[in-house]
Design a protein around this ligand. Structure first.
Ligand code: BES
Ligand code: ZN
Ligand code: ZN
Length: 530
Protein backbone atom coordinates (compact mmCIF):
# COMPACT_ATOMS: atom_id res chain seq x y z
CA UNK A 1 0.00 0.00 0.00
CA UNK A 2 1.71 3.15 -1.15
CA UNK A 3 -0.45 5.29 1.17
CA UNK A 4 1.46 5.92 4.33
CA UNK A 5 -1.80 6.68 6.12
CA UNK A 6 -3.86 3.48 5.64
CA UNK A 7 -2.80 2.11 9.01
CA UNK A 8 -5.89 2.01 11.26
CA UNK A 9 -4.04 3.27 14.35
CA UNK A 10 -2.50 6.15 12.46
CA UNK A 11 -5.72 7.29 10.80
CA UNK A 12 -7.17 8.27 14.19
CA UNK A 13 -5.62 11.73 13.97
CA UNK A 14 -6.53 13.90 11.02
CA UNK A 15 -3.50 14.70 8.86
CA UNK A 16 -5.00 18.10 8.07
CA UNK A 17 -4.62 19.15 11.69
CA UNK A 18 -0.87 18.65 11.49
CA UNK A 19 -0.59 20.72 8.39
CA UNK A 20 -2.54 23.58 9.93
CA UNK A 21 -0.50 23.26 13.12
CA UNK A 22 2.75 23.67 11.22
CA UNK A 23 1.62 26.82 9.39
CA UNK A 24 3.12 29.20 11.93
CA UNK A 25 6.63 27.92 11.26
CA UNK A 26 6.50 27.76 7.48
CA UNK A 27 9.71 28.49 5.59
CA UNK A 28 9.64 30.70 2.44
CA UNK A 29 9.90 27.54 0.29
CA UNK A 30 6.93 26.00 2.08
CA UNK A 31 4.92 29.21 1.71
CA UNK A 32 5.77 29.26 -1.99
CA UNK A 33 4.64 25.66 -2.33
CA UNK A 34 1.47 26.41 -0.35
CA UNK A 35 0.68 29.42 -2.58
CA UNK A 36 1.10 27.23 -5.68
CA UNK A 37 -1.13 24.61 -4.16
CA UNK A 38 -3.88 27.05 -3.38
CA UNK A 39 -4.14 27.57 -7.15
CA UNK A 40 -4.16 23.81 -7.85
CA UNK A 41 -5.14 22.19 -4.55
CA UNK A 42 -4.91 18.55 -5.64
CA UNK A 43 -1.75 18.90 -7.72
CA UNK A 44 1.02 16.46 -6.78
CA UNK A 45 4.66 17.18 -6.23
CA UNK A 46 7.09 15.77 -8.79
CA UNK A 47 10.48 14.16 -8.16
CA UNK A 48 12.78 13.99 -11.19
CA UNK A 49 16.24 12.43 -11.35
CA UNK A 50 19.17 13.97 -13.19
CA UNK A 51 22.48 12.24 -13.91
CA UNK A 52 25.79 13.83 -13.06
CA UNK A 53 27.05 14.90 -16.46
CA UNK A 54 30.25 13.26 -17.63
CA UNK A 55 30.88 16.16 -20.01
CA UNK A 56 32.03 19.56 -18.85
CA UNK A 57 29.48 21.55 -20.85
CA UNK A 58 27.23 22.10 -17.81
CA UNK A 59 24.23 20.62 -19.65
CA UNK A 60 21.93 18.55 -17.42
CA UNK A 61 21.63 14.87 -18.38
CA UNK A 62 17.97 14.11 -17.87
CA UNK A 63 16.21 10.79 -17.47
CA UNK A 64 13.51 10.19 -20.08
CA UNK A 65 10.87 11.54 -17.66
CA UNK A 66 13.05 14.61 -17.06
CA UNK A 67 13.46 15.12 -20.79
CA UNK A 68 9.71 14.89 -21.34
CA UNK A 69 8.98 17.36 -18.54
CA UNK A 70 11.60 19.78 -19.87
CA UNK A 71 9.93 19.67 -23.29
CA UNK A 72 6.57 20.33 -21.60
CA UNK A 73 7.97 23.51 -20.04
CA UNK A 74 9.74 24.54 -23.26
CA UNK A 75 13.28 23.89 -22.01
CA UNK A 76 12.91 26.01 -18.87
CA UNK A 77 14.08 23.22 -16.59
CA UNK A 78 17.30 22.73 -18.57
CA UNK A 79 17.92 26.47 -18.47
CA UNK A 80 17.38 26.61 -14.71
CA UNK A 81 19.76 23.71 -14.15
CA UNK A 82 22.69 25.07 -16.15
CA UNK A 83 25.85 25.53 -14.14
CA UNK A 84 27.61 23.04 -11.85
CA UNK A 85 25.95 19.59 -12.05
CA UNK A 86 23.78 18.36 -9.19
CA UNK A 87 25.81 15.94 -7.07
CA UNK A 88 24.43 12.51 -6.11
CA UNK A 89 21.56 12.89 -3.61
CA UNK A 90 21.57 16.72 -3.79
CA UNK A 91 18.36 18.51 -4.73
CA UNK A 92 16.98 21.68 -6.25
CA UNK A 93 13.35 22.72 -5.96
CA UNK A 94 11.40 24.67 -8.57
CA UNK A 95 7.97 26.14 -8.06
CA UNK A 96 5.47 27.25 -10.69
CA UNK A 97 7.05 25.64 -13.75
CA UNK A 98 3.82 23.89 -14.73
CA UNK A 99 0.29 24.07 -13.35
CA UNK A 100 -0.04 20.26 -13.07
CA UNK A 101 3.13 20.07 -10.95
CA UNK A 102 3.43 23.26 -8.91
CA UNK A 103 6.54 21.97 -7.08
CA UNK A 104 9.28 19.96 -8.75
CA UNK A 105 12.26 18.48 -6.91
CA UNK A 106 15.23 17.62 -9.13
CA UNK A 107 17.68 15.23 -7.51
CA UNK A 108 21.16 14.04 -8.51
CA UNK A 109 21.40 10.35 -9.53
CA UNK A 110 25.18 10.09 -9.91
CA UNK A 111 26.72 8.78 -13.11
CA UNK A 112 24.44 7.46 -15.83
CA UNK A 113 25.73 3.98 -16.49
CA UNK A 114 26.32 2.87 -12.91
CA UNK A 115 25.73 -0.88 -12.56
CA UNK A 116 27.17 -3.66 -10.44
CA UNK A 117 30.12 -2.45 -8.40
CA UNK A 118 32.41 -5.43 -7.79
CA UNK A 119 34.11 -3.83 -4.79
CA UNK A 120 30.90 -2.89 -3.08
CA UNK A 121 28.99 -6.11 -3.90
CA UNK A 122 25.90 -4.21 -4.95
CA UNK A 123 24.21 -2.63 -7.93
CA UNK A 124 25.26 0.99 -7.61
CA UNK A 125 22.72 2.23 -10.15
CA UNK A 126 19.85 0.82 -8.10
CA UNK A 127 21.28 2.14 -4.84
CA UNK A 128 21.66 5.62 -6.40
CA UNK A 129 18.02 5.59 -7.49
CA UNK A 130 16.77 4.44 -4.05
CA UNK A 131 18.74 7.22 -2.37
CA UNK A 132 17.82 9.98 -4.83
CA UNK A 133 14.11 9.16 -4.77
CA UNK A 134 14.04 8.90 -0.96
CA UNK A 135 15.68 12.32 -0.63
CA UNK A 136 13.34 13.86 -3.21
CA UNK A 137 10.19 12.43 -1.61
CA UNK A 138 11.22 13.68 1.83
CA UNK A 139 11.62 17.18 0.37
CA UNK A 140 8.06 16.97 -0.92
CA UNK A 141 6.97 15.81 2.54
CA UNK A 142 8.76 18.80 4.12
CA UNK A 143 6.73 21.01 1.75
CA UNK A 144 3.58 19.36 3.15
CA UNK A 145 2.36 18.23 -0.27
CA UNK A 146 0.20 15.12 0.24
CA UNK A 147 0.95 13.35 -3.05
CA UNK A 148 4.14 12.89 -5.06
CA UNK A 149 4.76 11.52 -8.54
CA UNK A 150 8.12 9.82 -8.91
CA UNK A 151 10.38 9.52 -11.97
CA UNK A 152 11.08 5.77 -12.45
CA UNK A 153 14.68 6.77 -13.33
CA UNK A 154 15.00 3.70 -15.59
CA UNK A 155 14.29 1.25 -12.74
CA UNK A 156 10.79 1.65 -11.34
CA UNK A 157 11.27 -1.06 -8.70
CA UNK A 158 14.28 0.71 -7.19
CA UNK A 159 12.44 4.06 -7.41
CA UNK A 160 9.38 2.67 -5.59
CA UNK A 161 11.63 1.17 -2.91
CA UNK A 162 13.35 4.52 -2.42
CA UNK A 163 10.01 6.32 -2.12
CA UNK A 164 8.26 3.88 0.23
CA UNK A 165 11.32 3.16 2.40
CA UNK A 166 12.41 6.81 2.43
CA UNK A 167 9.08 8.14 3.63
CA UNK A 168 8.54 5.53 6.36
CA UNK A 169 8.68 6.68 9.94
CA UNK A 170 7.33 5.19 13.16
CA UNK A 171 5.21 7.91 14.73
CA UNK A 172 2.34 5.76 15.88
CA UNK A 173 2.49 7.01 19.45
CA UNK A 174 3.11 10.72 18.83
CA UNK A 175 0.33 13.27 18.75
CA UNK A 176 2.25 15.38 16.25
CA UNK A 177 2.90 13.34 13.11
CA UNK A 178 4.73 14.04 9.86
CA UNK A 179 2.30 14.82 7.00
CA UNK A 180 1.14 11.75 5.08
CA UNK A 181 2.63 11.57 1.57
CA UNK A 182 1.42 9.12 -1.01
CA UNK A 183 4.02 8.24 -3.70
CA UNK A 184 2.89 7.35 -7.21
CA UNK A 185 4.67 6.40 -10.42
CA UNK A 186 5.10 9.32 -12.87
CA UNK A 187 3.99 8.09 -16.30
CA UNK A 188 2.42 4.79 -17.21
CA UNK A 189 5.39 2.65 -18.26
CA UNK A 190 6.92 0.17 -15.78
CA UNK A 191 3.89 0.09 -13.50
CA UNK A 192 4.41 -3.61 -12.68
CA UNK A 193 7.99 -3.02 -11.59
CA UNK A 194 6.82 -0.02 -9.54
CA UNK A 195 4.20 -2.14 -7.79
CA UNK A 196 6.78 -4.84 -7.06
CA UNK A 197 9.04 -2.22 -5.47
CA UNK A 198 6.14 -0.95 -3.35
CA UNK A 199 5.48 -4.49 -2.08
CA UNK A 200 9.16 -5.18 -1.30
CA UNK A 201 9.50 -1.89 0.57
CA UNK A 202 6.27 -2.34 2.49
CA UNK A 203 7.60 -5.75 3.59
CA UNK A 204 10.69 -4.10 5.04
CA UNK A 205 8.55 -1.35 6.59
CA UNK A 206 6.43 -3.97 8.36
CA UNK A 207 9.60 -5.38 9.95
CA UNK A 208 10.73 -1.84 10.86
CA UNK A 209 7.37 -1.14 12.46
CA UNK A 210 7.46 -4.31 14.61
CA UNK A 211 11.08 -3.70 15.64
CA UNK A 212 10.63 -0.02 16.46
CA UNK A 213 7.45 -0.43 18.51
CA UNK A 214 7.98 -0.44 22.29
CA UNK A 215 8.24 -3.81 24.03
CA UNK A 216 5.08 -3.10 26.03
CA UNK A 217 3.18 -2.79 22.72
CA UNK A 218 4.78 -5.70 20.87
CA UNK A 219 4.65 -8.54 23.40
CA UNK A 220 4.88 -12.13 22.10
CA UNK A 221 1.09 -12.44 21.70
CA UNK A 222 0.75 -8.96 20.14
CA UNK A 223 3.50 -9.80 17.64
CA UNK A 224 1.75 -13.02 16.65
CA UNK A 225 -1.65 -11.33 16.33
CA UNK A 226 -0.20 -8.54 14.20
CA UNK A 227 1.29 -11.04 11.75
CA UNK A 228 -1.88 -13.14 11.78
CA UNK A 229 -3.90 -10.04 10.92
CA UNK A 230 -1.56 -9.21 8.00
CA UNK A 231 -2.03 -12.74 6.62
CA UNK A 232 -5.78 -12.99 7.18
CA UNK A 233 -6.70 -12.15 3.57
CA UNK A 234 -4.65 -14.96 2.02
CA UNK A 235 -6.52 -18.24 1.64
CA UNK A 236 -3.26 -20.16 1.05
CA UNK A 237 -1.79 -19.19 4.43
CA UNK A 238 -2.35 -20.91 7.81
CA UNK A 239 -1.19 -19.31 11.02
CA UNK A 240 -0.83 -21.28 14.28
CA UNK A 241 -0.32 -19.29 17.46
CA UNK A 242 1.03 -22.02 19.77
CA UNK A 243 0.65 -21.36 23.53
CA UNK A 244 3.00 -22.33 26.36
CA UNK A 245 1.27 -25.71 26.87
CA UNK A 246 2.12 -26.67 23.27
CA UNK A 247 5.74 -25.56 23.74
CA UNK A 248 5.91 -27.78 26.84
CA UNK A 249 4.56 -30.84 25.01
CA UNK A 250 7.19 -30.24 22.31
CA UNK A 251 9.86 -30.51 25.03
CA UNK A 252 11.46 -27.22 24.05
CA UNK A 253 13.30 -26.96 27.36
CA UNK A 254 15.86 -24.39 26.20
CA UNK A 255 13.23 -21.94 24.89
CA UNK A 256 11.05 -22.44 27.99
CA UNK A 257 14.00 -21.79 30.33
CA UNK A 258 14.32 -18.27 28.92
CA UNK A 259 10.57 -17.60 28.79
CA UNK A 260 9.96 -18.60 32.43
CA UNK A 261 11.87 -15.55 33.69
CA UNK A 262 9.12 -13.25 32.43
CA UNK A 263 5.52 -12.62 33.45
CA UNK A 264 4.65 -12.38 29.74
CA UNK A 265 3.73 -15.84 28.35
CA UNK A 266 5.78 -17.21 25.42
CA UNK A 267 4.32 -17.96 22.00
CA UNK A 268 5.59 -20.22 19.23
CA UNK A 269 4.34 -18.71 15.98
CA UNK A 270 4.08 -21.09 13.03
CA UNK A 271 3.11 -19.88 9.55
CA UNK A 272 2.46 -22.07 6.51
CA UNK A 273 2.37 -20.30 3.15
CA UNK A 274 1.33 -22.68 0.38
CA UNK A 275 2.22 -20.90 -2.83
CA UNK A 276 3.75 -23.94 -4.52
CA UNK A 277 2.07 -25.83 -7.34
CA UNK A 278 1.96 -28.96 -5.19
CA UNK A 279 0.84 -28.64 -1.57
CA UNK A 280 3.47 -31.06 -0.32
CA UNK A 281 6.38 -29.54 -2.26
CA UNK A 282 9.37 -29.29 0.11
CA UNK A 283 9.14 -25.91 1.77
CA UNK A 284 11.71 -23.24 2.47
CA UNK A 285 11.73 -22.97 6.27
CA UNK A 286 12.48 -19.65 7.94
CA UNK A 287 13.21 -19.39 11.66
CA UNK A 288 13.44 -16.04 13.47
CA UNK A 289 14.64 -15.11 16.96
CA UNK A 290 11.70 -13.42 18.65
CA UNK A 291 12.93 -11.94 21.92
CA UNK A 292 10.49 -9.05 22.30
CA UNK A 293 12.71 -7.60 25.02
CA UNK A 294 16.22 -8.69 26.02
CA UNK A 295 17.24 -7.29 29.40
CA UNK A 296 20.01 -9.90 29.59
CA UNK A 297 18.20 -11.74 32.41
CA UNK A 298 20.29 -12.37 35.56
CA UNK A 299 23.37 -11.50 33.47
CA UNK A 300 21.71 -8.08 33.22
CA UNK A 301 22.76 -5.72 30.45
CA UNK A 302 23.97 -2.17 31.25
CA UNK A 303 21.03 0.26 31.25
CA UNK A 304 22.53 2.60 28.61
CA UNK A 305 21.04 1.59 25.28
CA UNK A 306 19.01 -1.26 26.75
CA UNK A 307 15.85 0.19 25.15
CA UNK A 308 17.20 -0.93 21.75
CA UNK A 309 16.65 -4.51 22.90
CA UNK A 310 12.95 -4.05 22.05
CA UNK A 311 14.19 -4.90 18.54
CA UNK A 312 15.65 -8.24 19.62
CA UNK A 313 12.75 -9.84 17.78
CA UNK A 314 14.25 -8.52 14.51
CA UNK A 315 14.85 -12.07 13.25
CA UNK A 316 11.19 -12.97 13.76
CA UNK A 317 10.11 -9.60 12.31
CA UNK A 318 12.17 -9.96 9.13
CA UNK A 319 11.26 -13.59 8.42
CA UNK A 320 7.54 -13.10 9.13
CA UNK A 321 7.50 -9.91 7.02
CA UNK A 322 9.22 -11.89 4.26
CA UNK A 323 6.35 -14.39 4.29
CA UNK A 324 3.72 -11.61 4.26
CA UNK A 325 5.57 -10.15 1.25
CA UNK A 326 5.89 -13.53 -0.49
CA UNK A 327 2.11 -13.96 -0.10
CA UNK A 328 1.48 -10.46 -1.49
CA UNK A 329 3.69 -11.29 -4.48
CA UNK A 330 2.01 -14.70 -4.78
CA UNK A 331 5.43 -16.40 -5.06
CA UNK A 332 5.13 -19.96 -6.39
CA UNK A 333 6.75 -21.90 -3.54
CA UNK A 334 5.88 -23.20 -0.09
CA UNK A 335 7.33 -21.39 2.92
CA UNK A 336 7.09 -22.20 6.61
CA UNK A 337 7.89 -19.53 9.18
CA UNK A 338 8.76 -20.37 12.79
CA UNK A 339 9.18 -17.73 15.48
CA UNK A 340 9.82 -18.57 19.13
CA UNK A 341 8.63 -15.41 20.94
CA UNK A 342 9.33 -14.46 24.56
CA UNK A 343 10.98 -11.91 26.82
CA UNK A 344 14.36 -12.35 28.54
CA UNK A 345 13.91 -10.92 32.04
CA UNK A 346 15.56 -11.25 35.46
CA UNK A 347 13.28 -12.71 38.13
CA UNK A 348 13.06 -15.38 40.81
CA UNK A 349 12.13 -17.83 38.08
CA UNK A 350 14.79 -16.80 35.58
CA UNK A 351 17.70 -18.92 34.35
CA UNK A 352 20.76 -18.60 36.61
CA UNK A 353 24.34 -18.79 35.31
CA UNK A 354 25.41 -22.43 35.52
CA UNK A 355 21.89 -23.87 35.12
CA UNK A 356 21.58 -26.81 32.75
CA UNK A 357 18.57 -27.16 30.45
CA UNK A 358 17.56 -29.81 27.89
CA UNK A 359 16.76 -28.91 24.26
CA UNK A 360 14.19 -30.69 22.06
CA UNK A 361 16.82 -33.00 20.51
CA UNK A 362 17.91 -34.18 23.97
CA UNK A 363 21.17 -32.21 24.09
CA UNK A 364 21.91 -30.58 27.42
CA UNK A 365 23.00 -26.94 27.53
CA UNK A 366 24.86 -25.15 30.32
CA UNK A 367 23.55 -21.59 30.54
CA UNK A 368 26.79 -19.85 31.45
CA UNK A 369 25.46 -16.43 30.48
CA UNK A 370 21.73 -15.72 30.57
CA UNK A 371 22.23 -12.90 28.04
CA UNK A 372 23.14 -15.48 25.38
CA UNK A 373 19.43 -16.37 25.29
CA UNK A 374 18.73 -16.12 21.55
CA UNK A 375 20.62 -19.32 20.79
CA UNK A 376 18.52 -21.15 23.42
CA UNK A 377 15.27 -20.24 21.64
CA UNK A 378 16.79 -21.04 18.26
CA UNK A 379 18.17 -24.41 19.37
CA UNK A 380 14.63 -25.70 19.95
CA UNK A 381 13.12 -23.93 16.93
CA UNK A 382 15.84 -25.35 14.65
CA UNK A 383 15.18 -28.87 15.98
CA UNK A 384 11.48 -28.38 15.21
CA UNK A 385 12.32 -27.02 11.72
CA UNK A 386 13.66 -30.48 10.81
CA UNK A 387 10.09 -31.89 10.85
CA UNK A 388 9.22 -30.44 7.43
CA UNK A 389 11.64 -32.04 4.94
CA UNK A 390 12.82 -28.53 4.11
CA UNK A 391 14.57 -27.53 0.88
CA UNK A 392 16.53 -25.18 3.08
CA UNK A 393 16.41 -23.86 6.62
CA UNK A 394 17.30 -20.19 7.02
CA UNK A 395 17.31 -18.53 10.41
CA UNK A 396 17.71 -14.84 11.21
CA UNK A 397 18.63 -13.45 14.61
CA UNK A 398 19.94 -10.34 16.32
CA UNK A 399 22.27 -12.82 17.95
CA UNK A 400 25.56 -11.21 18.98
CA UNK A 401 27.08 -7.82 19.70
CA UNK A 402 30.24 -9.40 18.25
CA UNK A 403 28.60 -9.42 14.80
CA UNK A 404 28.25 -5.65 15.02
CA UNK A 405 31.91 -5.41 16.05
CA UNK A 406 32.95 -7.56 13.06
CA UNK A 407 31.03 -5.95 10.17
CA UNK A 408 29.12 -3.01 11.64
CA UNK A 409 26.02 -2.21 9.62
CA UNK A 410 27.57 -2.92 6.20
CA UNK A 411 26.23 -6.43 5.81
CA UNK A 412 24.43 -9.30 7.49
CA UNK A 413 26.80 -12.11 8.53
CA UNK A 414 25.87 -15.45 6.92
CA UNK A 415 27.08 -18.73 8.43
CA UNK A 416 26.11 -21.60 6.16
CA UNK A 417 26.96 -25.24 5.45
CA UNK A 418 25.72 -24.88 1.86
CA UNK A 419 27.42 -23.04 -0.99
CA UNK A 420 24.22 -23.45 -3.02
CA UNK A 421 22.31 -21.52 -0.36
CA UNK A 422 25.08 -18.95 -0.02
CA UNK A 423 25.08 -18.23 -3.77
CA UNK A 424 21.34 -17.58 -3.79
CA UNK A 425 21.49 -15.28 -0.77
CA UNK A 426 24.53 -13.43 -2.12
CA UNK A 427 23.06 -12.89 -5.59
CA UNK A 428 19.80 -11.68 -4.10
CA UNK A 429 21.67 -9.17 -1.93
CA UNK A 430 23.53 -7.62 -4.88
CA UNK A 431 20.17 -6.62 -6.36
CA UNK A 432 18.59 -5.37 -3.15
CA UNK A 433 21.66 -3.52 -1.86
CA UNK A 434 21.01 -5.09 1.56
CA UNK A 435 24.26 -7.00 1.61
CA UNK A 436 25.44 -10.30 3.08
CA UNK A 437 28.96 -11.48 3.93
CA UNK A 438 29.97 -15.10 4.42
CA UNK A 439 31.36 -16.03 7.85
CA UNK A 440 33.08 -19.25 9.01
CA UNK A 441 31.54 -22.35 10.60
CA UNK A 442 34.87 -23.95 11.54
CA UNK A 443 35.23 -26.93 13.87
CA UNK A 444 37.68 -24.58 15.67
CA UNK A 445 34.67 -22.71 17.12
CA UNK A 446 32.61 -25.87 17.77
CA UNK A 447 35.33 -27.12 20.17
CA UNK A 448 34.98 -23.89 22.13
CA UNK A 449 31.30 -24.51 22.90
CA UNK A 450 31.35 -28.30 23.31
CA UNK A 451 34.18 -28.22 25.89
CA UNK A 452 31.70 -27.74 28.71
CA UNK A 453 31.96 -28.81 32.40
CA UNK A 454 28.35 -29.87 33.15
CA UNK A 455 26.52 -30.37 29.84
CA UNK A 456 26.87 -31.34 26.17
CA UNK A 457 27.31 -27.74 25.13
CA UNK A 458 27.78 -24.33 26.76
CA UNK A 459 25.83 -21.31 25.60
CA UNK A 460 29.02 -19.22 25.39
CA UNK A 461 32.49 -19.81 23.93
CA UNK A 462 35.22 -20.76 26.42
CA UNK A 463 37.50 -17.89 25.35
CA UNK A 464 34.97 -15.27 26.44
CA UNK A 465 34.45 -12.70 23.69
CA UNK A 466 36.87 -13.96 21.03
CA UNK A 467 35.01 -14.73 17.80
CA UNK A 468 31.67 -14.26 19.59
CA UNK A 469 29.54 -14.33 16.43
CA UNK A 470 31.34 -17.51 15.26
CA UNK A 471 30.98 -19.41 18.55
CA UNK A 472 27.27 -18.51 18.59
CA UNK A 473 26.92 -19.93 15.06
CA UNK A 474 28.87 -23.05 16.09
CA UNK A 475 26.43 -23.50 18.99
CA UNK A 476 23.44 -23.37 16.59
CA UNK A 477 25.13 -25.88 14.31
CA UNK A 478 24.85 -28.43 17.14
CA UNK A 479 21.08 -28.43 16.54
CA UNK A 480 21.19 -28.77 12.75
CA UNK A 481 21.43 -31.90 10.64
CA UNK A 482 19.96 -30.47 7.41
CA UNK A 483 22.44 -30.07 4.58
CA UNK A 484 21.17 -26.65 3.46
CA UNK A 485 21.10 -24.37 6.48
CA UNK A 486 22.06 -20.74 6.88
CA UNK A 487 22.21 -18.63 10.04
CA UNK A 488 21.98 -14.89 9.47
CA UNK A 489 23.32 -12.78 12.34
CA UNK A 490 21.54 -9.45 11.89
CA UNK A 491 22.68 -7.71 15.10
CA UNK A 492 24.91 -5.27 13.18
CA UNK A 493 22.19 -4.23 10.71
CA UNK A 494 19.43 -4.00 13.34
CA UNK A 495 19.29 -0.22 13.37
CA UNK A 496 20.20 2.70 11.14
CA UNK A 497 21.78 5.99 12.10
CA UNK A 498 22.56 7.50 8.70
CA UNK A 499 24.53 4.71 7.00
CA UNK A 500 21.74 3.69 4.62
CA UNK A 501 20.62 7.03 3.20
CA UNK A 502 17.18 5.82 2.11
CA UNK A 503 16.27 4.65 5.61
CA UNK A 504 15.56 7.16 8.33
CA UNK A 505 17.18 6.80 11.76
CA UNK A 506 15.67 3.89 13.64
CA UNK A 507 15.17 0.14 13.41
CA UNK A 508 16.07 -0.96 9.91
CA UNK A 509 14.06 -4.10 9.08
CA UNK A 510 17.13 -5.46 7.30
CA UNK A 511 17.57 -7.77 5.41
CA UNK A 512 13.86 -8.33 4.60
CA UNK A 513 14.15 -7.37 0.89
CA UNK A 514 17.12 -9.72 0.46
CA UNK A 515 15.12 -12.58 2.00
CA UNK A 516 12.17 -11.81 -0.30
CA UNK A 517 14.44 -11.70 -3.36
CA UNK A 518 16.08 -14.93 -2.19
CA UNK A 519 12.66 -16.65 -1.87
CA UNK A 520 11.66 -15.31 -5.29
CA UNK A 521 14.84 -16.77 -6.81
CA UNK A 522 14.34 -20.09 -5.06
CA UNK A 523 10.81 -20.26 -6.44
CA UNK A 524 12.32 -20.10 -9.93
CA UNK A 525 15.09 -22.58 -9.19
CA UNK A 526 14.25 -26.21 -10.03
CA UNK A 527 14.28 -28.59 -7.07
CA UNK A 528 17.10 -30.58 -8.64
CA UNK A 529 19.41 -27.58 -8.60
CA UNK A 530 20.41 -27.93 -4.97
N1 BES B 1 20.44 -9.60 21.68
C1 BES B 1 21.78 -9.68 22.05
C2 BES B 1 22.74 -9.33 20.92
C3 BES B 1 22.68 -7.93 20.38
C4 BES B 1 23.54 -6.96 20.84
C5 BES B 1 21.82 -7.62 19.34
C6 BES B 1 23.50 -5.70 20.31
C7 BES B 1 21.80 -6.34 18.81
C8 BES B 1 22.63 -5.39 19.28
C9 BES B 1 22.13 -11.09 22.53
O1 BES B 1 21.09 -11.76 23.15
C10 BES B 1 23.24 -10.96 23.50
O2 BES B 1 23.07 -10.31 24.48
N2 BES B 1 24.36 -11.58 23.19
C11 BES B 1 25.51 -11.50 24.02
C12 BES B 1 26.20 -12.84 23.96
C13 BES B 1 27.32 -12.97 24.96
C14 BES B 1 26.76 -12.99 26.37
C15 BES B 1 28.08 -14.25 24.68
C16 BES B 1 26.42 -10.40 23.47
O3 BES B 1 26.49 -10.22 22.28
O4 BES B 1 27.01 -9.69 24.29
ZN1 ZN C 1 20.92 -11.37 25.22
ZN1 ZN D 1 19.15 -11.22 22.56
Amino acid sequence: MPRVGKNPLRSRSAPGRNRAGAAGRRSPARLDAARQRSRAPSAPGLVLGVYTSEKDDGAAQFTSAGDAFDRLVSGKLRALLCGPPLKKGKTRIFHGLHQDFPSVVVVGLGKKNAGINEQENWNEGKENIRTAVAVGCRQIQDLEIPCVEVDPCGDAQAAAEGAVLGLHEYNELKQKKKPVVSPQLHGSAESQAWQKGVIYAEGQNLARYLMEAPANYITPIKFAEHIEQKLRTFSNVKVHIRPESWITTQEMGAFLSVAKGSAEPPIFLEIHYLGGAITNDSPLVFVGKGVTFDSGGISLKPSLGMDAMRADMGGAATVCSTIVTAAALNLPLNIIGLAPLCENMPSGKANKPGDVVRAKNGKTIQVDNTDAEGRLLLADALCYAHNFNARAIVNAATLTGAMDVALGSAATGVFTNSSWLWTHLYEASILTGDRVWRMPLFEHYTKQVTDCPLADVSNIGKYSRAGGACTAAAFLKEFVTASHWAHLDIAGVMSNKDEVPYLRKGMAGRPTRTLVEFAARLSQDSHNAK
